[in-house]
Write a new protein. Structure first.
Length: 96
Protein backbone atom coordinates (compact mmCIF):
# COMPACT_ATOMS: atom_id res chain seq x y z
CA UNK A 1 0.00 0.00 0.00
CA UNK A 2 1.61 3.19 -1.16
CA UNK A 3 2.62 5.42 0.57
CA UNK A 4 2.05 3.67 3.91
CA UNK A 5 4.54 0.85 3.18
CA UNK A 6 7.26 3.29 2.14
CA UNK A 7 6.72 6.30 4.38
CA UNK A 8 4.96 4.79 7.39
CA UNK A 9 2.16 7.35 7.00
CA UNK A 10 -0.48 8.45 4.52
CA UNK A 11 1.81 11.06 2.95
CA UNK A 12 5.35 11.29 1.65
CA UNK A 13 7.68 14.23 2.19
CA UNK A 14 7.37 17.03 -0.35
CA UNK A 15 11.01 17.86 -1.12
CA UNK A 16 12.45 20.03 -3.88
CA UNK A 17 15.55 22.05 -4.72
CA UNK A 18 15.38 24.59 -7.53
CA UNK A 19 18.45 26.33 -8.92
CA UNK A 20 18.06 30.04 -9.60
CA UNK A 21 21.63 30.56 -10.71
CA UNK A 22 25.07 29.53 -9.51
CA UNK A 23 24.68 31.14 -6.07
CA UNK A 24 20.91 31.20 -5.61
CA UNK A 25 18.10 28.72 -5.24
CA UNK A 26 15.01 27.56 -3.37
CA UNK A 27 14.88 24.53 -1.10
CA UNK A 28 11.56 23.14 0.10
CA UNK A 29 10.68 20.50 2.66
CA UNK A 30 6.93 20.19 3.19
CA UNK A 31 5.95 23.69 4.42
CA UNK A 32 9.46 25.06 4.99
CA UNK A 33 11.18 27.01 2.23
CA UNK A 34 14.76 28.34 2.22
CA UNK A 35 15.84 30.86 -0.40
CA UNK A 36 19.24 32.13 -1.44
CA UNK A 37 22.82 30.89 -1.26
CA UNK A 38 22.10 28.26 1.42
CA UNK A 39 19.68 26.50 -0.93
CA UNK A 40 22.32 26.54 -3.69
CA UNK A 41 24.87 24.96 -1.32
CA UNK A 42 22.41 22.25 -0.27
CA UNK A 43 21.60 21.57 -3.95
CA UNK A 44 25.30 21.10 -4.71
CA UNK A 45 25.69 18.71 -1.75
CA UNK A 46 22.65 16.70 -2.84
CA UNK A 47 23.88 16.44 -6.43
CA UNK A 48 27.43 15.50 -5.40
CA UNK A 49 26.36 12.83 -2.93
CA UNK A 50 23.74 11.39 -5.32
CA UNK A 51 26.43 10.90 -7.97
CA UNK A 52 28.60 9.17 -5.34
CA UNK A 53 25.64 7.00 -4.37
CA UNK A 54 24.96 5.99 -7.97
CA UNK A 55 28.66 5.12 -8.40
CA UNK A 56 28.41 2.76 -5.44
CA UNK A 57 30.53 4.91 -3.11
CA UNK A 58 30.03 4.14 0.59
CA UNK A 59 29.79 7.83 1.58
CA UNK A 60 27.05 8.41 -0.98
CA UNK A 61 25.14 5.31 0.10
CA UNK A 62 25.34 6.27 3.79
CA UNK A 63 24.38 9.91 3.11
CA UNK A 64 21.27 8.95 1.15
CA UNK A 65 20.21 6.15 3.51
CA UNK A 66 20.41 8.56 6.46
CA UNK A 67 18.84 11.41 4.48
CA UNK A 68 15.91 9.38 3.21
CA UNK A 69 15.15 7.94 6.65
CA UNK A 70 15.46 11.38 8.26
CA UNK A 71 13.12 13.00 5.71
CA UNK A 72 10.53 10.26 6.23
CA UNK A 73 10.80 10.54 10.02
CA UNK A 74 10.50 14.35 10.05
CA UNK A 75 7.56 14.26 7.65
CA UNK A 76 5.80 11.65 9.79
CA UNK A 77 6.35 13.48 13.09
CA UNK A 78 7.20 17.15 13.54
CA UNK A 79 7.05 18.56 9.97
CA UNK A 80 4.11 16.91 8.17
CA UNK A 81 2.94 18.50 4.91
CA UNK A 82 -0.26 20.51 4.93
CA UNK A 83 -3.15 19.08 2.97
CA UNK A 84 -5.57 21.08 0.86
CA UNK A 85 -7.98 22.90 3.14
CA UNK A 86 -5.98 22.46 6.34
CA UNK A 87 -4.53 25.39 8.23
CA UNK A 88 -1.85 23.67 10.27
CA UNK A 89 0.19 20.47 10.51
CA UNK A 90 -1.89 19.57 13.58
CA UNK A 91 -5.01 19.36 11.41
CA UNK A 92 -3.10 17.05 9.05
CA UNK A 93 -2.17 14.77 11.95
CA UNK A 94 -5.79 14.63 13.17
CA UNK A 95 -6.98 13.66 9.68
CA UNK A 96 -4.60 10.67 9.51
Amino acid sequence: RYPQDIAGSNHVPLVFVLSLGKHDGVLGFNNIHIHGPMAAIVKWILEYTKVLHMQGDLLGKLFWKFGDETALFLSRTILPPLTAGSDSPQQQIKED
